[in-house]
Design a protein. Structure first.
Lengths: 130, 615
């Protein structure tokens, strides 16, 4: 029997092993149920299966990149409203602008954020200030 | 009493009396024996006043004339031949009369001279007109002699019959040396044929102006301009020619020099490897060099002449070109404008064009000259560089963020508890890592600025919030150097519509510079004022200042002033370059004033509302 966890679910997609590990570890310590994937294809699968409460996506990934994954999530009935944050080190302005347009998601650049701050920000997204 | 009185007198009396000339007869002593009516008519003396009197006794000759008359009388009487001569007579009324005197001997049957018969012609009028003519001739001669131009007369055989002093001077001769010489002797043999033709034209009655090269006395060439006309006698027959000659050597020399100079410039332009085009003020091509043809893939200049540069541009750039033309007319020079041009086969290529206005001697714009450069290669390299930088930045950032996060986790004890020293060492790694991250960010910004892909995201920004955060982040350094920070804000919050990232970049850089380059216990003042439509931020410090000689370079890439280089060896020299570039992206301005060893104040001017659309 699957016990429904009272923890929030977070899906993290990043093809860089060490980064994925650092993020999943951190969010686990922050009492999240973490799902980590290494490419956009897997990410979609898990997203539609688990319906996470928040999704963190890296842009540059093999098989399917982050922007495409995000677009496909948004096409879904459930996926329209799930909070998504793009984590990237890419300075590819066009790609980011494409994604950030119309508030599809927010983004942040990995080198500028400490893990602690990322957790804070995600929590803010999930629990907006009363 | 009269000696001469014979029967034949009657015969000759009519001749004597009716002669149109004045006749006086004299005896061998010089006494007047008879006079005719003309003598009275002209001189006013009655026969009784003259007949029987000696020449010397009659007041009809002045002293000189009398002496002369007596001399000639003596000679004539002695049998000598005396040609006619002039004498000045005085009439009874005291008027002057000039007479031509001719004396014939009177002989008796034995051929002995018994007296003289003197015929006097009144040449007064003649003399007067002769005088007048002389005067007139004198005047003309003066004119001719003093003329600034040479006057040269030749006869029908082209022999020089007259030259004025100027003409002789022009050719370096004395007038006498030229007289009698043939025209052709004053020129190079190669010119003789032309001169022959010219003479022919004179003979045909043609007067004209033409240039000619003569040879001076010293053998050098002289360029002259001649106004020539034929001279004819009263029957219209050609008897010679007149030329008024001007020395145009100087003008000619200048013309030759100009021609040489023009040829030189022409060669420079035609052989230049840069594509050079000359157009009128509307941009219509007047001429261009080979390089321009090759640039567009044309073979013949005629394919370009008459067309405008706009015809060889892609549609999207035509408007830009028109605008730039207007700007060019105002500013006279416009450099490095980029357009996409078309080759003959329609192939597009990026090009850089610099143009300037050519004015005439009165300063009026007449033409445009432009140089066009194919920058495909440069663009390709730029693109490759930027892509490389972007990609490299990304590749650099990945391990940097990994290092960041893992040191963070270490510090948090996620891999186990750490002792004080371990904490210290890890913090060093963390700090160095962050420095590297900052540098990579700077390089990234530069690459984005260069490429023009710097993204602007306008949003509502509170300047005071940003500044306070920056001061907070830098507080360790502020505390360490015991610096005093003074804030001059007019309001609690200063909101404007601008790009937050850009504000952060600029203000972070200016603040960290102020802190870094101010010695301990110094002061930094920040003030913000609203000056519609801008916000003005001033950050001033009491620091090292920027030496005057270096101030012009302060915004250049990698530039660090000499005085701070010595004090602080770290620092990339990129901060201000980036700050200025990004401020300009939102149409702001960055400037400063500074005095070495006194301090520096930076002025940031930002539009209160961004006028650039979100990209």
């Amino acid at each position: 029997m699957v016990q429904k966890s009272k923890n929030r679910k977070i899906l993290i997609a990043d093809d860089e092993e060490s980064m994925l590990h650092a993020l999943t570890d951190t969010f686990k310590s922050a009492d999240f149920d973490v799902f980590g994937v290494k490419n956009g294809e897997e990410g979609l699968e898990i997203a539609f299966k688990e319906h996470p409460d928040v999704i963190l996506i890296d842009i540059l990934m093999p098989k399917m990149d982050g922007v495409t994954m995000l677009k496909k999530i948004r096409e879904d009935e459930w996926g329209k409203n799930v909070p998504v944050m793009i984590l990237t080190n890419l300075s590819d302005a066009e790609k980011i602008a494409e994604a950030v347009e119309d508030g599809i998601c927010s983004y942040l650049i990995k080198t500028e954020w400490s893990l602690e701050d990322i957790v804070k920000k995600v929590k803010k997204m999930l629990y907006p200030v009363k | 009493m009269s000696l001469f009185y014979n029967k034949e007198r009657d015969k000759y009396k009519s001749v004597f009396d009716l002669s149109p000339e004045a006749i006086v007869t004299l005896d061998l002593k010089g006494n007047v024996t008879d006079i005719n009516g003309r003598v009275f008519d002209w001189l006013g003396f009655k026969p009784e006043e003259m007949i029987g009197k000696n020449l010397a006794q009659i007041p009809f000759l002045n002293k000189e004339s009398l002496i002369r008359a007596q001399e000639n009388f003596k000679k004539r009487v002695a049998g000598e031949n005396v040609p006619s001569y002039e004498l000045d007579f005085v009439t009874k009324n005291g008027e002057k009369l000039v007479g031509r005197v001719m004396a014939t001997q009177i002989t008796d049957r034995k051929k002995k001279i018994t007296g003289l018969i003197v015929m006097i012609s009144d040449i007064t009028r003649f003399k007067e007109s002769e005088e007048a003519l002389k005067e007139s001739e004198k005047k003309y001669r003066q004119l001719v002699d003093l003329a600034q131009e040479g006057i040269w007369l030749i006869d029908e055989k082209a022999i020089t019959i007259f030259v004025n002093p100027k003409m002789a001077e022009i050719l370096g001769f004395k007038s006498e040396e030229m007289l009698g010489r043939h025209l052709f002797s004053f020129m190079d043999e190669k010119k003789v044929e032309i001169a022959k033709q010219n003479i022919e034209r004179r003979k045909q009655g043609i007067k004209e102006q033409h240039d000619f090269e003569f040879l001076k006395k010293d053998g050098s060439t002289i360029y002259t301009s001649l106004e020539t006309s034929p001279i004819t006698d009263k029957n219209g027959k050609y008897i010679g020619a007149l030329a008024v000659v001007a020395d145009i050597t100087q003008r000619k020399m200048m013309e030759l020099k100009l021609k040489e100079s023009e040829e030189r410039y022409r060669n420079i332009i035609s052989s230049s490897p840069e594509a050079i085009t000359l157009t009128d003020l509307d941009g219509k091509i007047i001429s261009c060099n080979q390089a321009k043809l090759e640039l567009h893939g044309f073979e013949n200049k005629n394919e370009l002449i008459g067309k405008t540069c706009i015809d060889f541009m892609i549609l999207e750039d035509k408007k830009k070109m028109v605008k730039n033309m207007e700007k060019l007319l105002k500013e006279s020079v416009l450099k490095n404008m980029e357009y996409t041009f078309l080759k003959k086969d329609g192939q597009e290529f990026p090009a850089e064009l610099s143009a300037s206005i050519i004015k005439n001697s009165e300063g009026k714009p007449k033409f445009i000259i432009n140089i066009t450069r194919d920058i495909s290669e440069r663009k390709r390299i730029d693109r490759a560089k930027s892509e490389f930088t972007s990609l490299a930045s990304h590749q650099l950032r990945t391990p940097l963020s990994i290092m960041n996060w893992y040191t963070e986790m270490l510090l948090k004890g996620k891999a186990g508890a750490i002792n004080k020293q371990q904490k210290k060492y890890i913090k060093e790694i963390y700090a160095a890592n962050n420095n590297l991250i900052k540098l990579v960010n700077m390089l990234l910004n530069i690459s984005r600025i260069d490429l023009g892909t710097f993204v602007i995201n306008p949003s509502k920004v509170d300047l005071i919030k940003i500044i306070n955060k920056i001061i907070k982040d830098l507080s360790p350094y502020i505390k360490e150097k015991k610096l005093k920070i003074e804030k001059k804000y007019p309001e609690k919050a200063f909101l404007l519509d601008t790009d937050q990232n850009i504000m952060n970049i600029v203000l972070q850089n200016l603040f960290s510079n102020a802190i870094r380059y101010t010695s301990d216990k110094g002061k930094i003042i920040i003030s913000i004022i609203r000056q519609k439509p801008f916000a003005l931020i001033e950050i001033s410090d009491t620091g090292y200042g920027i030496p005057k000689s270096q101030q012009s370079q302060i915004f250049s890439r990698f530039f660090r002033a000499e005085n701070i280089k010595k004090k602080d060896t770290s620092g990339t020299g990129l901060g201000l370059y980036i700050a200025k570039s990004v401020i300009e992206q939102i149409k702001g301005e960055l400037s400063f004033t500074s005095e070495e060893d006194k301090g520096t104040t930076f002025y940031v001017k930002i539009p209160l509302e961004i006028s650039i659309k979100r990209t």
